[in-house]
Design a protein. Structure first.
Length: 608
């Protein structure tokens, strides 16, 4: 959500800033802007809409600046417009600010500034920051930023330039991600490593309540209270080609097809065949605690919450530990009971999800050990959790999560095997589970090879306005995820339900215009699901079934069948979700939607 890029160095800033904004487009945004220290003054340009609109405004203009900041905005305070786009300037026109996050006390600050004579022209909370910094400016821009932030309540990642201090960019964060990209005689500021990867792999992660003064050849970190911090750069572990489309029309399509290799990465070095267990280095220091846990709380949002529901089924069945799955956004606004023996698992692809991070901190305040399941190395949850496991999915550019979801399920499966072996499953059972898990990538590839068949089904249904998704047991969360994918990227209204719940309300919607996707794999409740299908067909509903290879019985009872290979019941979600991802993708393409950047959505939700 939102994107920040800053550059200071020996090259011309404008091409680097625009390139950085393009790299951040996947995060979701509705306006873009740039500010440069140009010929002793401040030049800024802003535009509602996409980065290409900003580029059009800049074309045929020559800039010599070597210092600048740029931004993609996802509207919070004020509608998407040129006026509300970032950067926001102070009244003198010397200070420009770009900002991710929300200033919660901005109304109070606005009244105070207006009473002091400041003219506030936008609807944004960010403009308040620009004026507040100006209010405290006394020749030292870093000190002015520090004093301004001492008055601020809320979340922020900011970058600031001042035309009177043309050799510095000031940056700071609290609750929203920000990093320094370290180069040779040049430095970068970014909210996401993708923006700087073309130029450097060395990054320094800025922590909460820190202010950074960046010049072309150095950076200086201190706290908002002016305590000095020393921190060295880290190496980014992924390459530029991982954030390119590699011949695919959309990143989402590429990421769906990457899943066989990605899941092998998630398992690599973690399968202990001899002992029938999992080897998870991030949990090594917590094995004693894990052996004693009496209850697990899984905290997540969106797709990660669906993965958590699958984790609930797995952990309860194979480890015998009660599990609750909580929406992170609700967790800290009630009084959750954290007692001795409670382990909290926090799931977030980005490791920066605002609600999930806040919920984790609340659980830790109540005495819980919080273990993270995240994708982004160096993210806030990765740093602040007590331990955890990386999913190793690589950068996921498509806003609608695909490979991160299946990687999360694999990691939850590994945690399940580890916990189960500590408690009540035998070495042979553990070996059987590990063997079945190891076969999953090849089975996913087999489904991907049948993509054209799924595309043909999409061609029949992409004009429909509504869909229903049904699943039972461990496949109920897959129904939820399938429905979410469809509505996220195609804007078709879709709902997921436990199949048996259909007759408790949703069956009223069933007619020939309501396609129903049913996960009907050969498992212990197959006959129950077949009964649910019969109820749909009796009301002229059209059924698309996800079924197990070799099931000849189902073909006569539904309109369309998408077959997936057989696996252990507990790992069916890893296979069943693949055709649902492809179905959503192809319907969105046929509807001419922007698959990678769905309207109103952001990749990483860093505000509440």
């Amino acid at each position: 959500m939102c994107g920040i890029v800053g550059y200071i160095g020996y090259r011309k800033a404008t091409p680097i800033l625009i390139d950085g904004l393009r790299r951040l487009e996947y995060r979701g945004y509705d306006s873009a802007g740039i500010a440069l220290i140009e010929k002793g003054g401040l030049m800024h340009e802003k535009s509602a809409g996409k980065v290409v609109a900003l580029e059009k405004q800049l074309e045929n203009r020559t800039f010599t600046s070597h210092v600048g900041i740029a931004h993609t905005r996802w509207a919070t305070h004020g509608e998407p417009s040129n006026l509300n786009a970032h950067p926001q300037l102070d009244n003198s026109g010397n200070i420009a600010v770009v900002h991710n996050g929300i200033i919660e006390n901005y109304r109070t600050l606005r009244k105070a500034l207006e009473s002091d004579g400041y003219e506030i022209v936008s609807e944004t909370d960010t403009e308040i920051l620009a004026h507040l910094i100006s209010h405290y400016y006394n020749g030292d821009i870093t000190e002015a930023v520090r004093l301004a932030l001492s008055q601020v309540e809320g979340t922020y990642a900011i970058a600031v330039v001042d035309s009177r201090t043309p050799d510095k960019i000031i940056a700071a964060r609290s609750g929203a991600p920000l990093l320094i990209g370290q180069g040779e005689e040049e430095n970068f500021i970014a909210s996401d490593a993708a923006a700087v990867l073309s130029y450097t792999k060395k990054v320094v992660y800025i922590e909460d309540k820190e202010v950074v003064t960046v010049s072309a050849d150095s950076y200086h970190i201190s706290t908002v209270e002016n305590e000095e911090i020393s921190r060295k750069a880290e190496e980014i572990g992924w390459s530029l080609d991982m954030i390119e489309k590699a011949g695919h029309d959309y990143f989402m399509h590429k990421e769906i097809h990457e899943q066989p290799d990605i899941l092998r990465n998630a398992m690599r070095g973690r399968l202990n065949f001899e002992e029938g267990t999992a080897r998870l280095r991030g949990l090594t220091d917590h094995l004693s605690d894990l052996s004693k846990i009496k209850r697990v709380i899984i905290i997540a949002c969106g797709t990660s919450w669906h993965a958590g529901l699958i984790g609930e089924y797995l952990i309860e069945e194979y480890a015998g530990i009660p599990v609750e799955v909580e929406y992170a956004s609700e967790f800290r606004y009630r009084s959750p009971i954290i007692d001795e023996g409670t382990m909290v698992l926090v799931i977030s692809q980005s490791g920066e999800t605002a609600d999930t991070l806040a919920a984790m901190r609340e659980a830790q305040r109540k005495g819980a050990k919080a273990l993270g399941i995240v994708n982004v190395i160096g993210s806030t949850i990765a740093r602040e959790s007590d331990g955890g496991v990386y999913i190793h999915a690589g950068p996921e550019i498509g806003v609608a999560s695909t490979k991160a979801f299946t990687s999360q399920i694999v990691v939850l499966s590994l945690i399940t095997i580890l916990l189960g072996r500590m408690r009540n499953i035998s070495v042979n059972k553990g070996m059987e589970m590990i063997s079945a898990l190891e076969e999953i990538p090849a089975k996913i590839q087999k489904i991907l090879d049948s993509e054209n068949e799924i595309k043909k089904i999409a061609e029949m249904y992409y004009r429909n306005a509504n869909f229903l998704y049904l699943g039972r047991g461990v496949n109920f969360p897959v129904a939820l995820e399938g429905a979410l994918k469809l509505k996220e990227i195609s804007y078709i209204h879709a709902e997921g339900y436990p199949a048996a719940e259909m007759k408790h309300g949703p069956i009223a919607l069933i007619d020939e215009k309501m396609p129903v996707v049913v996960i009907a794999t050969k498992d212990s409740i197959y006959n129950k699901v077949m009964s649910n299908i019969a109820q749909v067909r009796a009301r002229n509903g059209r059924v698309i079934a996800i079924a197990t290879e070799g099931d000849t019985e189902i073909a006569d009872k539904v309109n369309h069948v998408i077959y997936i290979p057989e696996t252990k019941d507990c790992f069916t979600p890893l296979l069943a979700v693949i055709p649902l991802q492809l179905l959503a993708y192809h319907m969105a393409v046929l509807r001419e939607c922007n698959v990678d950047q769905p309207r109103n959505l952001a990749k990483s939700v860093t505000v509440e």
